[in-house]
Design a protein around this ligand. Structure first.
Ligand code: NAP
Length: 463
């Protein structure tokens, strides 16, 4: 497997990167462990200073950094800048609150008395992180910001199509004053993950990606008894009830399905619309999708980006063919696409037969699945009929009703009147095949710390 930067817009091979040797991988673990022994002793204020400096660098060179991800994986420049912004916000959340998230807790104990038990939050050691290309910076920072603050050190294996984004972050941390070895990027083959995870000094792994990759890494984590978190795919339901504000709902549906060219784990992939407003929703949604403008992702007028790679385009086309063969009705938006690049014609799938395989798969691109249901009850049943459980949305003017529907959805997150979103101070995570564990705020930092119990038990107390 080659690490390469290939422009999704022009198809041009821009740069190739050599894969790490096994010796380099082993050496990186040595270095990460040595760095950990010192980093864990640094005061919180010093760690916060490094994270703040990383945030400052991102702020100073926002568009310069954003254009690297646009060049490598094709997202439109405005979205790339917004990704830089959320990275800044994540760093700053841990700068402001990291110490509070890790503050020692004192517990009352019936056995030993008030204030007799303490919970300490201590770093574990070297962590491995395996990340996908769809948010090349955000995926790094949502693990690196909390875990560096906690005192752990990191080895990154990024997706093979975003090697420059990975290298950019090494440079950012270096400039921010992070000691050598605390954050290393390796261009690893899949098999070399085992060298990392087999090492007893490596204490955990965080993976974001597909179910296949998640299962492979979780299997290794199980084999070597390492803590793991998995943030995997999703097929978020976007439920539209009859009392929704339809114009605004449709605008969110178009954005929720097509930002990042539809390549988002928590995209609104399944619109579930009650019968009373289905026809009107469909008419407006078709119109909305037709307004998308495909083109150069560096052009600020562009709203539909190319897919990240030629392989992604091929895979999506195959999935769509299979859905049609299973009896789904496909309707192309018919927007004008550039002749080069990995652009994919936005397509709406309706009348998807019960039991069709495509109901249960994730379309990672601009393909919308739209379902007509009788009422709210049927909408909830259909939303939960999915192997995934990442996010979801409920559109209604009645907030109490929205909350009741949200409580019945079998997912890790539900947003009312908004597609599932990402923010630095809102935790992120799914259930079912969407994975396990949380990222961000205290929940994220606690995934990879030793929550140590220290009990002050009197020597002459009862056993
Ligand atoms: P992917 O193929 O699973 O790749 C993700 C990462 O895993 C890449 O670094 C990849 O490396 C690596 N990888 C794949 N198989 C591996 C193996 N057997 N051993 C070790 N590493 C392995 O995922 P993708 O197609 O690039 O990304 C899209 C998927 O990620 C979608 O399903 C999406 O929903 C999910 N995602 C989830 C979240 C979330 O927070 N829940 C966020 C974003 C994306 P290579 O590139 O070298 O193959």
């Amino acid at each position: 497997m080659a690490y390469q930067t290939v422009s999704p817009y022009t198809g041009e091979l821009l740069k190739e990167y050599p894969t790490a040797t096994d010796e380099e991988v082993k050496k990186a673990v040595d270095v990460a462990h040595e760095a950990f022994l010192e980093w864990r002793e640094t005061p919180y204020a010093q760690r916060a200073q490094v994270l703040q400096k990383a945030a400052d660098l991102l702020r100073e060179r926002r568009t310069e950094y954003a254009s690297i991800i646009t060049k490598e994986m094709g997202k439109v420049i405005g979205e790339a800048e917004a990704e830089v912004d959320i990275c800044i916000a994540m760093f700053e959340d841990y700068v402001r609150n990291g110490e509070k998230y890790l503050a020692t807790r004192t517990l009352p104990s019936d056995k030993y008395g008030k204030d007799s038990v303490q919970l300490l939050f201590q770093p574990l050691g070297v962590l491995f992180m395996v990340e996908p290309w769809n948010f090349p910076y955000y995926q790094i920072v949502r693990v690196a910001a909390p875990q560096l603050f906690a005192g752990n050190t990191l080895i990154l294996k990024h997706a093979s199509i975003v090697p420059e984004s990975a290298a950019t972050f090494v440079e950012i941390f270096r400039e921010a004053g992070l000691p050598e070895g605390c954050f290393q990027n390796l261009y690893l083959s899949h098999d070399q993950s085992e060298i990392v995870l087999a090492d007893p000094r490596v204490r955990g792994v965080a993976l974001t990606g597909s179910e296949v990759a998640g299962a492979a890494i979780a299997q290794l984590a199980g084999k070597y008894i390492k803590k793991s978190t998995l943030e995997l795919g999703g097929a978020d339901a976007f439920i539209v009830l009859e009392d929704a504000d339809l114009d605004k709902t449709v605008a969110w549906a178009v954005t929720g399905r097509h930002w990042n060219a539809g390549q988002v784990c928590c995209s609104s992939k399944r619109m579930i619309v009650v019968d009373a407003v289905y026809d009107e929703f469909m008419e407006k949604y078709r119109e909305g999708v037709k307004q998308l403008k495909a083109g150069d992702p560096m052009d600020r007028e562009t709203t539909l980006a190319p897919l990240s790679s030629a392989a992604a385009k091929r895979d999506l086309a195959k999935q769509l063919e299979e859905a049609i063969a299973e009896g789904a009705k496909a309707e192309e938006a018919g927007i004008e696409l550039p002749e080069h690049g990995n652009f994919f014609q936005p397509t709406i799938l309706t009348e998807i037969p019960a039991g069709a395989r495509c109901r249960y798969t994730e379309f990672f691109g601009p393909v919308s699945q739209i379902y007509r249901v009788k009422d709210e009850e049927e909408a909830i049943t259909l939303a939960n009929d999915s192997p995934y459980g990442l996010g979801g949305s409920v559109f209604t003017e009645d907030l109490e009703r929205g909350k009741q529907v949200a409580a019945r959805l079998d997912t890790g997150m539900v947003y009312l009147n908004h597609p599932t979103a990402v923010a630095a101070d809102i935790p992120f995570g799914g259930v079912k095949n969407s994975g396990y564990g949380h990222e961000l705020i205290d929940l994220g930092i606690h995934e990879f710390v030793n929550i140590k119990v220290v009990a002050n038990s009197p020597i002459d107390g009862e056993f």
